[in-house]
Design a protein around this ligand. Structure first.
Ligand code: 5GP
Ligand code: SF4
Ligand code: MG
Length: 465
């Protein structure tokens, strides 16, 4: 998911709409905005579909006045499987004796099922099936006298990954979980401030990037001032390495590094680790493009767009049903026959999850007359599900969970298949010594199976680490 909020600008909701549009790659199912205006109070609009189709309409935007607003773009992740209902669309809003508060959450809480049961037993009436709603009910039960203290209180009870943006009548609040699994950044716009999942959404509104919210940090922005605090016990950060590989936009800056440059560098590592004799390096666009550029540069093999992407399609993986995803490949990608015919192709993609994409692309490229296909993947094999806010399927559907690399190669049907190593990936994100085995610098659970936060709801359901 993606979150964005702004304070201290007139017509804040329009800025939020722009920010969410720039974060659309983080969630395409639905979006929502809440704004506050001293005369009109809190207002909200929550809609299915793209930001550009909903939050450009004057009839919608006219209902969201004020100089303070937050928003969310959604895609359903582990825990909330299936089609999204409009009641699951954030931001969520709670009216307490001490005032109203809206929250937007990116990430996934790993103890939400447990919390929900306890809260329901104590009388909470849940409106949605979302894990994030727990935060509102925990706030309702807190005895603290300010809303920001109640948010702290609530977040001390949750486990998992959370980058949360919240707003009261006067404050814009941002919090990251102690490990800082999901991103959250701070920007300045005129006299006001913005909080965003990624820097690319600051760019679109012309905001200046100030810094990241740190893991375990809470910022409260009010009347042009920023107050920072540390509500949680200190922990060693474990940012999601997959944000670098796929999830974030290539024009964003994560941890001081250009995402594009990291992806290009993964391609360089891949070319060193898994060279092959070939005539052309082709990305699976767009997710494989920067890594393919790096592979081509390092190997000296020419780069070409052997596959062309229809720009009017979204991200396939983020489509929640298998049926749409299966159709997705052909709707989205087509082979540039004139370029690939007769050639030995190095095909570069960011990841293999179920393997269905890879298999179809291989068919398409062989149909077009390629002589050989060598598949190179800019991440290690995805063998474990993510419980922290990226929608990987259950373990049994992950190709790498049950097959060796050679079995995957055969199943996909390519001449060779190589994944970048975990150490290669760590080098590409700037860890020159590779992965620290005792204390890894990132979360890489989907590749290593080492979960930095125990997925307790899953364990209770029988998931074995
Ligand atoms: P597959 O067909 O192997 O299940 O899908 C892999 C493709 O899905 C890759 O091309 C990758 O770009 C894309 N993808 C989109 N979202 C995700 C995600 O959240 N996780 C992973 N691993 N791949 C994703
Ligand atoms: Fe990111 Fe993978 Fe960790 Fe999920 S399991 S937070 S996708 S690195
Ligand atoms: Mg892709």
């Amino acid at each position: 998911c993606g979150v964005f909020g702004v304070i201290g600008v007139s017509d804040a909701a329009s800025f939020v709409a722009l920010g969410l549009h720039a974060l659309q790659h983080r969630g395409q199912e639905a979006g929502g905005i809440v704004s506050y205006h001293p005369e009109h109070g809190f207002n909200s609009a929550r809609r299915f579909g793209y930001v550009r189709d909903n939050f450009t309409r004057t009839d919608v935007m006219a209902t969201l006045p004020g100089s303070l607003a937050i928003g969310h773009v959604r895609y359903s992740t582990a825990g909330s499987k299936g089609a999204t209902a409009i009641r699951d669309v954030q931001p969520f809003f709670g009216e307490f004796s001490i005032g109203g508060c809206a929250i937007a959450h990116n990430g996934n809480l790993t103890n939400a099922a447990q919390l929900r049961r306890e809260l329901i037993d104590r009388g909470a009436i849940f409106q949605s099936s979302s894990d994030s709603e727990c935060i509102i009910h925990l706030m309702a039960r807190s005895m603290q006298r300010t809303l920001s203290e109640r948010i702290k209180d609530a977040l001390r009870h949750v486990e998992g990954a959370f980058s949360v943006i919240a707003m009261t009548r006067t404050k814009l609040i941002g919090v990251r979980d102690p490990l800082g699994v999901r991103p959250l950044v701070l920007g300045r716009i005129g006299e006001g401030y913005a909080l965003s999942s990624e820097t690319c959404a600051l760019d679109i509104i012309g905001a200046e990037f100030i810094r990241e919210i740190e893991p375990g940090e809470m910022v409260v922005i009010e009347k042009g001032e920023i107050h920072s605090s540390r509500p949680f016990a200190p922990a060693k950060p474990r940012f999601c390495i997959f944000e670098h590989v796929y999830f974030s936009r290539p024009d964003s800056i994560l941890g001081g590094r250009s995402v594009y440059e990291t992806r290009r560098q993964i391609g360089v590592e891949l070319a060193r680790e898994a060279p092959v004799e070939a005539d052309l390096v082709c990305p699976v666009p767009d997710s494989g493009t920067p890594a393919a550029i790096g592979y081509a540069a390092e190997s000296g093999i020419p780069f070409g767009m052997g596959i062309v992407r229809n720009q009017y399609m979204g991200r396939t993986f983020i489509e929640p049903t298998e049926q749409i995803r299966n159709m997705g490949v052909r709707l989205k990608l087509n082979v540039n026959r004139a370029l690939v015919r007769g050639k030995r192709i190095v095909l570069v993609d960011d990841s293999v999850v179920r393997g269905t994409t890879s298999r179809k692309i291989k068919d398409m490229i062989l149909d077009a007359g390629a002589a050989e296909v060598h598949f190179r993947i800019a991440s290690p094999p995805t063998a474990w599900p993510c419980f922290y806010g990226v929608d990987t399927p259950e373990r049994s559907k992950l190709l790498a969970a049950s097959m060796s690399e050679e079995e995957m190669r055969e199943w996909i049907g390519v001449d060779s298949l190589k994944f970048v190593s975990l150490d290669g990936l760590y080098r590409a994100v700037g860890e020159t010594q590779g992965r620290n085995r005792e204390c890894p610098q990132y979360c890489d659970a989907c590749f290593s199976g080492e979960y930095p936060i125990a997925p307790s709801d899953q364990i209770a359901k029988g998931f074995q680490i």
